[in-house]
Design a protein around this ligand. Structure first.
Ligand code: IVH
Length: 680
């Protein structure tokens, strides 16, 4: 553990170790230590810095979220304009690019580097004396936005350079992007909380960089790869391939699949190979980039006003396919929104078979004029659900009927409504079985009451069999009736009953989220629970009072207020209250800036004011014992990992909480570390 070292030396050592392991994890995708081990290092560093604040430096890995939310971004002038590349779309056009170069550099051999063209947002990152000082977006090419505080939150980007150029002044440029998997979970969460989903990972990355609160950016699954070293001669580099190696040598992330080739034919072959393989990657690419390798040749080739002559983008064709619409069905969501969905003749596109596409709302259908039987072009972006981009009218047979939104709800038969100026059609019947099912799904979901074994198929049966008509009925379920349902043999029933039982203990903020109040996502629920410590307080609050809560504007305030004015909702709440679901906060609300308060808590009371989450099974103690001990040491044990969580204790077979903690960069410790912390 190196405890004999001076704190200063140990702090330095820990930072080195953390940087080393960050690089193994993010740059090489080849970690050498487990996550709890990594997090133990981070935690030890945090403890030392807390005890010795004078040792905190801006490049410490603990300082990734250092900025306060801002009102806007400052403007930065780029050291050199950030140009873009010309596009080509075929092997022939790439050949023309090579011929142009041949004319400008007659009788010279030209080597090319072929790289993936990352579909993200370009960024310029500057290090001074080896320390990350600035990151700027491309903007208009001459000036961009200063997004330094946001970029600092990306764990894949070291705050300090490593290797032989560790003390360098250097600017590197590259692309910030969102992984596909990260994008999918971000959108899932947004849909669950009724926030607008992002269209594709690029939009999500661009939107995330523009967020004014770096704390929020930290929760976004952003990554970056760097591909351009400014002022390469300062590093003794004469070829782009060496520049890429030099960038990597500084500990910075470089997309690993680049290739050096000695002819345009080989470049075309490399591009074509990736066109077929790009689905293997967890990030979107919209083509390839072919660049002259020799920097001296590049110099002589020069640039036009818009783009360099030494490089070109080779764009992949958009991934689309044509198929026919076999039906248009209407789904009813949790809040009663009717969504038309096109059923499609299954077709293979971008690596998977597609058989349905969302049509969003009546306006969208009208815009596309899509009808049953039509041939349509579909396109798949980063989303799992593809879009219909157009109807091939020339292939329309006969005169199929226009689609009309139904006048009554397809699930309950009650009349539907569409407000003046609104795109959405809604079913206003709160007892509508489709809405009830979706509402129960939301209630039972992971970030909400987290009821294992209560998935859509079981919910469908429970509602259809009349065993529940809202989520309030869940706690009164009769196991003898449940066991009679399809595939609910005794064990699953017992497990479901136990999971329901355990869910009564979920923290109050998750209960608020689980209620499914329109526009109340998990973050808003946390904010509300922080300010209104019980259901009664929340129900009694006026719209103005509600709107004073952080994250809550007039629309959300109105929605919360309305929710608690519905007699039907109050009946459901009464059932939850009777069932013993947590209706108030576990402990007095902490200071709004709980995290900082915790980080500043005096040494020796490691848990004072801290929010701790337990996951997985502990060997040496029961969960209850761990909870009691942490609470006795001044901490608070909560059920879900969020931005305000200070510490996650991971036992054996940890669940999704560990993943979430990693995603949010929350400190994670193992059981041994916990024991040590408890001993003080
Ligand atoms: S090189 C002079 N390499 O595509 C511009 N660009 O128009 C040098 N991009 O603005 C850019 N992946 O945002 C380069 N491997 C890559 C890239 C890449 C993505 C983006 C970049 C640039 C645009 C090209």
């Amino acid at each position: 553990m190196g405890t004999s070292k001076s704190p200063k030396a140990r702090v330095r050592e820990l930072r080195e170790l953390i940087r080393y392991h960050d690089e193994r994890y993010y740059t090489d995708a080849d970690p050498e230590i487990t996550d709890p081990e990594y997090d133990a290092l981070l935690h030890e560093l945090l403890e030392l810095e807390t005890a010795h604040p004078e040792l905190v430096t801006p490049d410490s890995p603990t300082q990734r979220v250092s900025g306060e939310p801002t009102d806007g971004f400052a403007t930065v002038k780029h050291s050199e304009p950030m140009l873009s590349l010309d596009n080509t779309y075929s092997a022939d056009e790439l050949g023309e690019f090579d011929s142009r170069i041949g004319k400008l550099l007659p009788d010279e051999a030209v080597e090319y580097v072929v790289e993936l063209k990352l579909d993200g947002v370009s960024i310029a990152v500057t290090y001074e004396n080896g320390v990350l000082v600035r990151a700027a977006t491309r903007g208009d090419g001459t000036t961009g936005d200063d997004v330094t505080t946001n970029i600092r939150t990306l764990r894949s980007l070291p705050l300090r350079l490593a290797g032989p150029h560790a003390g360098a002044n250097v600017e590197v440029r590259g692309e910030v992007f969102m992984t596909r998997s990260g994008f999918a979970s971000l959108n899932d969460a947004r849909r669950r909380s009724e926030e607008a989903a992002f269209v594709n990972p690029r939009n999500a990355a661009a939107g995330s960089l523009k967020l004014l609160d770096p704390g929020e950016v930290r929760e976004r699954p952003l990554r970056l790869y760097l591909y351009q070293l400014m002022d390469p001669s300062a590093f003794g580099v004469t070829r782009h391939s060496d520049a890429l190696r030099a960038i990597a040598g500084m500990g910075l992330p470089v997309e690993p699949h680049w290739e050096l080739v000695d002819s345009v034919e080989a470049a075309v072959a490399a591009c074509d190979a990736w066109r077929d393989r790009r689905d293997e990657l967890d990030y979107d690419t919209d083509g390839m980039v072919v660049k002259v390798d020799s920097l001296e040749q590049r110099e002589r080739l020069g640039s036009t006003a818009k783009s360099p002559r030494w490089g070109i983008a080779y764009k992949f064709p958009a991934e689309s396919a044509s198929t026919t619409v076999t039906d248009i069905v209407v789904q009813v969501g949790r809040t009663g929104r009717l969504t038309p969905v096109a059923e499609l003749e299954p077709v293979f596109v971008s690596g998977s078979t597609v058989s349905r596409a969302t049509l969003h709302n009546a306006d969208e259908i009208e815009r596309l004029d899509v009808r049953v039987g039509d041939t349509v072009m579909i396109e798949k972006g980063g989303e799992v659900i593809p879009k219909i981009i157009k109807v091939v009218k020339s292939k329309r047979k006969g005169r199929p009927r226009r689609f009309r939104m139904p006048k009554t709800c397809p699930a309950c038969g009650e009349p539907v409504s569409r407000e003046e100026g609104e795109a959405d059609t809604r079913c206003d019947n709160v007892a509508c079985p489709a809405q009830v099912k979706r509402a129960i799904e939301h209630f039972a979901a992971r970030g909400a009451m987290d009821i294992d074994g209560l998935g859509p198929a079981v919910i469908e049966q429970l509602v259809d069999a009349g065993l529940v008509s809202d989520y309030g009925d869940l706690y009164g379920l009769d196991p003898d009736r449940v066991v009679e349902l399809d595939r609910m043999a005794e064990i699953s029933t017992a497990n479901l009953m136990a999971a329901l039982d355990a869910s009564r203990e979920r923290p109050f903020d998750r209960v608020v989220f689980a209620l499914g109040i329109r526009h109340v996502g998990s973050r808003v629920a946390q904010a509300l629970a922080g300010r209104f410590p019980s259901v009664d307080a929340l129900a009694a609050a006026g719209t103005e009072e509600l709107a004073e809560t952080e994250e809550v504007g007039p629309v959300i305030a109105e929605s919360v207020h309305t929710f608690f004015r519905s007699g039907k909702n109050l009946d459901v709440l009464a059932k939850l209250r009777d069932a013993g679901v947590r209706f108030e906060i576990e402990a007095p609300p902490e200071s709004p800036d709980g995290r900082t308060a915790a980080a500043k808590s005096p040494a020796g009371t490691p848990f004072a004011g801290k929010r701790v989450v337990l996951t997985g099974s502990l060997e040496g103690m029961t969960r209850q014992e761990a909870r009691d001990a942490i609470e006795a040491a001044g901490g608070r044990v909560t059920g879900s990992v969020s931005r305000t969580t200070d510490l996650v204790v991971a036992g054996a077979n940890p669940g999704s909480k560990l993943e979430k903690a990693r995603e949010l960069g929350v400190t994670i410790v193992g059981e041994k570390e916990l024991q040590k912390l408890l001993r003080g």
